[in-house]
Ligand binder design. Structure first.
Ligand code: GAP
Length: 450
């Protein structure tokens, strides 16, 4: 199915997510809250699978990486030093009539102009002169910079001294903890620190489902290197990010590497590549890769925090930062997996990502011996995999229901099972069925998880 410029696909994904319990609108019974979302029972499985796969790949299976899990609210001095309080902003334009604000990367771009025109026509039609050409400039203030840091107060007193910020990126905790990690792990360059968790940004215009929200999930790593090797490691991490995308089941034809020119890069970056994806609502950022040079460590540490064991030279390591939005990872894995074929909707998720690896059905609900055997198979497989049990409706409906949530294998217990101790295993993608002995099921499924 065509992914790009296909608004219908987005509607289908949103509807599937709600219908089957992947993603719900946040605070829905109170009318929602500004594009916030909750991951439901299947969504949390998919999300955890992606997080765990990332952690395994980039932390546990490497000699040169360690992880941390830092406090979300940090001393405000961190954000002063990092430059976020001064520089972390987006340009916005404001409607002169109702003061609603819009994000505008380029105020004269077609996208921004369309957005503004839409707003005026919908909300203030009385202000549009009939037959006159629409001039958005008359209704909008000139673009202003708007800081994206989300503020709150820590402790019982609400004054300037108790203002703190929810972190807008995880990166800073890995810089601030650099010396502690170094002292406790005795790592030598090159090595990295990785982390996963929530980040918050007071986005001007959140939107497009889980693509841009004010509370979101990040997976980031800071890879510390010697300055003279930055180009080599930048290339290396670019390839690693593409390999990760392949593991998520993303066709790299839908991904585009965009070199960000100097004036548009974040304040800390000497080189940035955005990985953009062909979303149904247009080509937009998925991940980023930045060469942060020694900007952050220099801001946080008065003395060089690293000493070369051989030469005794003290210096500030440089940093390559691959950053992965988790919610956008979830969105692209769903978009890539969504297929409509032969009268069914099927999520062809990689087996490792599927919320349920297996579903077990008794052929008939009203035959206690079949139900009992199916329960037995279900109980045994559950010790190792996430497994669904379904005895409602007919087998065809149960297949349809499991295809829609991406369950790779459906197992049916029938009358032959009682005689031969084997079951029918049906493959989600090929819809082919084969008989497998119950005792071989774990090995069979494990073989597909590699
Ligand atoms: N530490 C680097 C950094 O924070 P960024 O490009 O500003 O870089 C990192 O953000 C990633 O976080 C993005 O590539 C994107 O995947 C994700 N992201 C950023 N803002 C987001 C938002 N409002 N909602 C969901 N994901 C977001």
């Amino acid at each position: 199915m065509k992914k790009e410029n296909n608004p219908q696909l987005m509607e289908k994904i949103i509807s599937l997510c709600k219908r089957r319990g992947f993603v719900f609108p946040g605070s829905e019974i109170y009318g929602g809250l500004a594009n916030s979302f909750d991951y439901g029972p299947l969504g949390v499985e998919l999300k955890n699978n992606i997080k765990n796969l990332w952690w395994k790949r980039f932390v546990q299976q490497r000699d040169d990486m360690v992880g941390i899990d830092a406090a979300l609210i940090m001393n405000p001095k961190v954000w002063e030093a990092s430059g976020h309080l001064e520089n972390f902003s987006d340009p916005l334009v404001e409607c002169q009539i109702c003061h609603e604000r819009f994000r505008c990367d380029d105020p004269f771009s077609e996208e921004t102009t369309k957005e503004m025109a839409k707003h005026i026509f919908k909300k203030h039609p009385d202000r549009i002169g009939r037959g006159t050409e629409y001039k958005w400039e008359e209704h909008y203030a000139k673009p202003k910079q708007f800081n994206l840091m989300l503020k709150t107060f820590l402790g019982p007193v609400e004054n300037n001294d108790s203002i703190v910020y929810f972190r807008p990126e995880i990166a800073q905790s890995m810089f601030v903890d650099f010396k502690n990690v170094l002292d406790t792990t005795r790592r030598k360059l090159p090595f990295g620190i990785a982390s996963q968790g929530k980040a918050f940004r007071n986005e001007i215009t959140p939107g497009n489902f889980i693509f841009r929200t004010r509370e979101f999930n990040l997976m980031e790593l800071e890879y510390f290197i010697s300055e003279n090797e930055w180009e080599k490691w930048f290339e290396y991490w670019k390839e690693e990010m593409k390999n990760w995308l392949k593991e998520l089941g993303v066709n790299l034809k839908h991904v585009h590497e965009i070199e960000i020119p100097e004036g548009e890069r974040a304040h800390y970056s000497k080189r940035t590549i955005d990985f953009e994806y062909d979303y149904p609502f247009g080509r937009k950022e998925l991940y980023g890769l930045a060469y942060r040079n020694d900007f952050d460590l220099k801001r946080h540490f008065k003395e060089p925090p690293y000493e070369d064991a051989e030469s005794g030279e003290k210096f500030y390591p440089h940093v390559i930062e691959p950053t992965f939005g988790l919610d956008r990872s979830i969105l692209v894995s769903l978009l890539e997996a969504y297929h409509e074929e032969e009268g069914r909707i099927v999520l062809k998720l990689p087996v490792k990502l599927a919320p349920y690896k297996v579903a077990v059905f008794p052929l008939l609900k009203n035959k206690p011996e079949l139900v009992e055997k199916a329960r037995e198979v279900y109980g045994a497989l559950r010790k190792q995999f996430t497994v669904a049990f379904d005895d409602r409706g007919n087998i065809g409906k149960r297949y349809y229901s499991q295809d829609e949530i991406g369950t790779p294998f459906c197992i049916t217990v029938d009358f032959d099972t009682l005689k031969n101790d084997d079951v029918t295993v049906r493959d989600r993608d090929t819809m082919k069925q084969e008989r497998i002995k119950i005792k071989d099921l774990q090995t069979y499924i494990n073989g597909k998880l590699i």
